[in-house]
Design a protein around this ligand. Sequence first.
Ligand code: AVJ
Ligand code: FE
Length: 448
Amino acid sequence: MLNADRLPQAAPEPTGAEPLRERIAAELLAARERTAALTDCVDDRDLTAQHSPLMSPLVWDLAHIGNQEELWLLRNVGGREAMHPEIDPLYDAFEHPRAKRPALPLLAPAEARAYSYEVRGRVLDLLAASPLEGAPLLDGGFAFGMIAQHEQQHDETMLITHQLRQGPAALTAPPPPALDPDPLPAEVLVPAGPFTMGTDTEPWSLDNERPAHRVDLPAFRLDTTPVSNAAYQEFIADGGYRDPRWWTAEGWTHRQRAGLGAPLFWHRDGGQWLRRRFGVTEPVPGDEPVLHVCWYEADAYARWAGRRLPTEAEWEKAARHDPATGRSRRFPWGDAEPTPELANLGQRHLQPAPVGSYPAGRSPYGARQLIGDVWEWTASDFRPYPGFGAWPYREYSEVFFGPEYKVLRGGSFAVAPVACRGTFRNWDYPIRRQIFSGFRTAASVEEA
Ligand code: AVJ
Ligand code: FE
């Protein structure tokens, strides 16, 4: 006898949204696991302390992550009422400068955790019921992707706070894989010609990466790898910090006033350079990309070396343009998502890998480590692309456009894959060096 209960049930309606829903849930979970790792490893005193006037207390980032998630997903997408409207101004990044945040009546660590976890539970319910299309914030899961990226960006910010924090190590990670030993040419040649910069198609790209547009560049040469600590030490040993010829006027003024003489976190011990890295003091490894330099230092090094910083467009052409097809790729290696064999991302390691690592991640022109390891300073100011439109809020990018910010590209070891791609643009003041910043140099090519 046929048992009706055993008959196959009607398959769930084929929405096509299921893989996207799963991807979103996985990205939100990955971000939250990282947030927990960064905030569960220290005690409440450390979470509420100000470790540097440049940074918020960790407990501020923790609640700000939940507050932005509530604002964008529960209120703007889900149409829900504010859960605690009285706390919104505390966690609005434009209301209070970072240095003033410890004095605010912030949620205590347990309250901040409970709030962010409550928001997340409701967001997962919303996600399960969402069509993930039919409204600009929903199409392609954009608002969810934006929020996963936002949390990961604050995770990088919190990792910077950990690096600035005094005291013993709270975080550990294995070192990056050993260097691939092939000898590499010092630089790659990128011939003259147009390429497509920016994107119209990357579903979770942020407003400043859009729209795609053609840019025609003269030929240039670009360092195959980021500048190493060993190379940077030659600049120091050659008196690079004492010679105003290598510095812009503004850079020299800053170098004098701030007393710069080496990358942040370095100090000299007899004949050798040591550095402090997440609570551990160790010799500076010569083969790693230099880290914790400001734009002025990068620019001075490049001039000393007889070179210059690449423009943002040069960086992106070297990272994305495929001369065989004329297309721009999502990443130097192609369109596939990053893996541990392709790039040093996601705080898998707490340092960059030696220069020349990740041969599988090289670009068609042969440049390495364009994605991951260190953020790379470019020569360019942070400006909108032609046809830019602020989306979904002016305070993500638009209010920062102008000559006071320089663009960084490529992402560091602290950047999560969801917040990293060949079109991704970061920016900061040219004096900043607590960020995970390095650089590579370029040179123009005289055309015959
Ligand atoms: C893109 C890294 C400059 O941290 O200020 C976080 C990212 N925007 N919350 C920053 C961001 C809003 C932003 N940066
Ligand atoms: Fe934020």
